[in-house]
Design a protein around this ligand. Structure first.
Ligand code: NCD
Ligand code: ZN
Length: 445
């Protein structure tokens, strides 16, 4: 958007901001101008797109010579909703600095990341999706909601071996077992002993895809959860209540109040990951909870709000559970992911379904994102000028939470647009990936 502009002139003073961003003259390939927005308000072409703001007069002098190339810059930079004009101006200044830096570098190198929430499905399909993850990630926590579910250490071993065979060398599948009303403390001990099981997944019965074997009431599994806690395993929680009387957009917040808080009261040491958080309520709850509570965050919940589900028609490929929420929640979840707090970490919830199962009168919940996971997070982090927080989120926080060593080795992303294919092979069908047919601005090198 700014590539065609020729001068830099921020109304905060360009030198100061260049210094703050540690940009030297050799980095500057393009120089940009920010002009007072008031000037544009009065302009017939720009006026409709720009809100009121004020700026020192000195900036306006530059405008007359550059107003043509400013049009795209101003329209794009000011289109983000719910920001005050001052914040917008500050963001432009900050994001210009960062983009200018990456225009020189154009790449981002991180410690190898981990995906702490991943669905790879059963034997007939997993070899089509596992390599997307193992090409980038060193480890992933594999979700157990197969039919039948992965319930015991033996089930997990067999499943894990299949995944390992399909993956790139060195990839480690870590497992979580499906908690049912009938899981026993003795089974938890066996799970702990095998070494690759990180915990149990709590699906409230009926909450999501293949959750019908899930827990009908956490009080029924009190002793099992006590054992999970004692052995230092983690409870991965799909945090939604399921009663029909609760609005689908309120189910996460209700879960915290009705299920999670009482559960933690009865087992305060229990290690819990609230999976795929989607609301301000969950972000705030986790941020203020003790260190034994963490959360994973998906790409879709930081990139889109619920409008995406209905844009120009019903969009099944944006349907996942927990469902996308309002913009204020997306912003809160993205703020949590980029806050630098160690409690939030990467878990894509990449959840492939055959195309026909999504594009159906009763379409399945789940978004397949493994083909572009890290580029998608980079896009979201860059949108709030927080690429410097991506490494901790993707590569450190989850490992630290689970008490496993951080990975050795690195991955590199490049700021280079690519177009996502419209589908990928998936068993005897195809899967429609997230951003199918659309461009993503970052790619793996
Ligand atoms: C997941 C799936 O398809 O297995 N779907 C989803 O929408 N996220 C299940 C889950 O994690 O809830
Ligand atoms: Zn999931």
């Amino acid at each position: 958007m700014y590539a065609t502009l020729n001068f830099l002139y921020t109304y905060y003073g360009s030198r100061h901001h260049l210094r703050a961003a540690r940009i030297t003259a050799s980095h500057i390939t393009n120089i940009y101008i920010l002009v007072p927005v008031q000037q544009f308000l009065a302009h017939p072409q720009y006026g409709a797109r720009v809100a009121v703001a004020s700026a020192p007069k000195r900036a306006s002098r530059a405008m007359s010579t550059t107003h043509v190339s400013m049009r795209a810059a101003i329209a794009g930079a000011f289109s983000r909703p719910q920001l005050t004009n001052r914040m917008r101006c500050q963001r432009i200044v900050r994001s210009r600095a960062l983009t200018t830096t990456s225009a020189a570098a154009k790449s981002l190198t991180l410690t190898k990341p981990d995906d702490w929430h991943l669905h790879v499905r059963d034997a007939s399909k997993l070899s089509d999706v596992v390599p997307f993850t193992s090409a980038t990630f060193a480890r992933a926590l594999i979700m157990p909601n197969l039919t039948p579910p992965v319930r015991t250490a033996e089930d997990a071993k067999e499943y894990r071996d299949m995944i390992t065979r399909a993956a790139h060398d060195g990839f480690e599948a870590h497992m979580t077992l499906y908690l049912t009303d009938n899981t026993t403390p003795a089974q938890v001990e066996a799970a702990k002993a095998c070494g690759f099981v990180r915990g149990y997944k709590l699906y409230p019965a009926g909450a999501t895809t293949n959750s019908e074997y899930g827990v009908t009431d956490v009080r029924k599994v009190k002793d099992t959860i006590k054992k999970i806690s004692e052995l230092g395993l983690t409870l991965q929680v799909h945090g939604e209540v399921t009663h029909a009387s609760v609005d689908v957009f309120d189910r996460e917040a209700k879960f915290i109040e009705e299920v999670l808080i009482p559960l933690l009261d009865s087992a305060p040491e229990l290690r819990v990951v609230m999976e795929h958080i989607t609301t301000r309520d969950a972000a705030e709850f986790v941020a203020s909870a003790p260190a034994n509570i963490g959360a994973t965050i998906t790409p879709q919940h930081v990139l889109f709000n619920r409008n995406a589900l209905f844009k120009g028609g019903l969009r099944p490929h944006f349907y996942c559970l927990p469902i996308l929420k309002r913009e204020e929640h997306r912003e809160a979840v993205l703020a949590a992911a980029t806050s630098g707090s160690k409690k939030f970490f990467l878990g894509t919830d990449s959840a492939p379904h055959p195309k026909g199962a999504k594009e159906s009168a009763c379409g399945c919940a789940g978004i397949f994102s493994a083909h572009a996971a890290l580029p998608l997070y980079a896009t979201a982090f860059e949108s709030v000028n927080a690429l410097d927080k991506l490494e901790a989120f993707a590569s450190h926080n989850g490992a630290d939470f689970y008490g496993v060593p951080r990975n050795i080795g690195t991955v590199t992303l490049e700021k280079k647009s690519w177009t996502v294919p419209t589908e990928y092979k998936f068993g005897d069908s195809v899967v429609v990936p997230f951003y199918a047919g659309e461009d993503i601005e970052w790619q793996m090198v």
